[in-house]
Design a binder for this molecule. Structure first.
Ligand code: SF4
Length: 475
């Protein structure tokens, strides 16, 4: 378990030293950003995986690894922001712009409940046409029809835009956020997802998150949610223009603000970050994806430092003009970079309960491997996903196949709720995977296909239910 005590630091210790890492695994010592950066850059990958796995086992034990059954509902794709990594957003006048009717959303939840689902993850674009009363009516309708369903909704960038759209009373951002969040919580909001985290460092954020809130506003939103007793998650999307130090800086901010929330609100029933989920950028159909990959051009000097690493600083204060190609070249993350980053997050984020595996973008088998690289959770049994799948390859798994992957990795699959409490432990013959006699119809599916116009589209996967990760980058 995560203890409430902040571990000591030993900044002068060699981070590759087994003695220091044994103390990190035990939760007695925390890594400094400098130590984490050295671990990322210098530790052999298998060794990093073994330490992350040891830390995961110290927190979660050797037996259970979890998943949740929920549905990802993107209530609108109309968005005032223009994130360069996004293939989902639309302007209000575009033909395929949409905002779901309340009854359509209720029907989606009905289908979720029919397959044993327990929560919805509801995020959207930032749609200036929707008043506060629309959200209150939506949440009230969900609560009236499905009081048992947990509503995990509206990421920090959406809340920051709500301030702009609704002009709530208050003279500070905190006061205005508190006013809006209190109204939405009273209407039926339970917890806040960590969408829109991307990379916190300002030089990166200002290049890729056009029109989206800065890190301070993102973190302040979550702090107000914690003050009001709502748990949240944190996310990171990497493998684009950022440097590795930016990833460490991002983790460090999450850890520091978690410390503050626990210290300030923990004794009074406050909320906190329950999970951290990171995934690599998916480039298809996005403006950012049209940037040339580092090393792609014959003139590229592969011994030269990647522009993002030249700019990135552990304090987030890098200068954008430190490299002329910064923001113009991407370094996509493959499986080893993904596993290395996830493993580091398990070691650095000593005060976060769960690390989620991102198999949606990496594929089911890398997701399975991620369970022995620090991840304790395989995400969600979802029935649709629209945001990541608009930007490239995403996968869809049935609940039996997800349980099979967890078991094949050496663990017992367990269904959890949003608070990470175990609802069902699948250790008997009636388990979703152990009761399957014919696997031929239960293969992993691609959520995303190319249609006859050469454009990508989202496959309708609403029949039977699909497994997806719990968070997406939407808004
Ligand atoms: S990622 Fe979210 S905030 Fe950014 S453009 Fe897409 S829908 Fe809008």
């Amino acid at each position: 378990m995560i203890s409430g005590t902040i571990p000591a630091i030993r900044p002068d210790a060699d981070p590759l030293d087994a003695g220091l890492l044994a103390d990190v695994v035990a939760g007695a010592v925390r890594l400094t950003p400098e130590q984490s950066l050295r671990i990322y850059n210098e530790m052999p990958i298998q060794e990093l995986g073994r330490w992350a796995d040891a830390r995961c086992r110290a927190i979660h034990g050797d037996q259970l690894r979890t998943y949740v059954i929920d549905r990802n509902i993107n209530y609108t794709n109309i968005c005032t922001a223009k994130c360069t990594f996004c293939a989902f957003r639309r302007d209000g006048h575009e033909d395929d712009a949409y905002t779901l009717e309340v009854e359509e959303i209720l029907q989606k939840i009905r289908e979720l409940v029919d397959i044993g689902g327990t929560q919805i993850l509801m995020q959207g674009g930032m749609n200036p046409e929707l008043p506060l009363s629309w959200y209150e009516n939506l949440l009230g309708s969900i609560h009236d029809a499905f009081p048992q369903v947990h509503v995990h909704a509206f990421s920090p960038p959406e809340f920051i835009e709500f301030i702009d759209f609704f002009d709530p009373p208050g003279s500070t951002l905190e006061e205005q956020l508190r006013w809006v969040m209190t109204r939405l919580k009273a209407a039926g909001l339970h917890t806040v997802p960590g969408g829109g985290g991307e990379i916190f460092a300002d030089p990166v954020r200002r290049k890729i998150g056009l029109g989206k809130c800065d890190a301070e506003a993102w973190l302040t939103t979550m702090r107000v949610a914690h003050e009001l007793g709502m748990n949240t998650s944190a996310t990171m999307m990497f493998g684009h223009i950022e440097g590795v130090a930016d990833r460490v800086h991002h983790m460090e901010l999450v850890r520091a603000w978690q410390d503050r929330s626990i210290a300030d609100f923990g004794a009074d029933g406050g909320g906190k970050y329950m999970a951290f989920i990171s995934w690599p950028f998916q480039r298809e159909n996005t403006p950012l994806g049209r940037c040339r990959e580092w090393g792609d051009h014959p003139d590229d000097d592969l011994d030269a430092t990647f522009p993002g690493d030249v700019v990135a600083q552990l304090d987030g204060q890098g200068q954008r003009d430190a490299h002329p190609e910064f923001g113009r070249r991407v370094r996509l993350a493959g499986a080893s970079d993904y596993l290395r980053t996830q493993a580091l997050s398990r070691l650095h984020l000593d005060n976060i309960h769960s690390i989620g595996a991102s198999w949606v973008t990496m594929g089911p088998h890398i997701g399975q491997v991620a369970l022995t690289w620090g991840a304790s959770d395989m995400g969600s049994v979802m029935m649709e996903e629209n945001v990541v799948s608009a930007a490239g390859t995403t996968y869809c798994l049935s609940e039996p196949l997800l349980c099979h992957l967890i078991r094949e990795a050496g663990f017992t699959p367990a269904q959890r709720n949003n608070a990470y409490e175990i609802l069902k432990t699948h250790d008997g013959p009636a388990s979703p995977d152990l009761s399957v006699t014919d696997w031929s119809t239960l293969r992993a599916q691609r959520l995303h296909v190319e249609n006859d116009k050469g454009c990508d589209s989202v496959v309708d996967v609403t029949v039977g239910g699909c497994v997806q990760q719990a968070e997406s980058p939407s808004a």
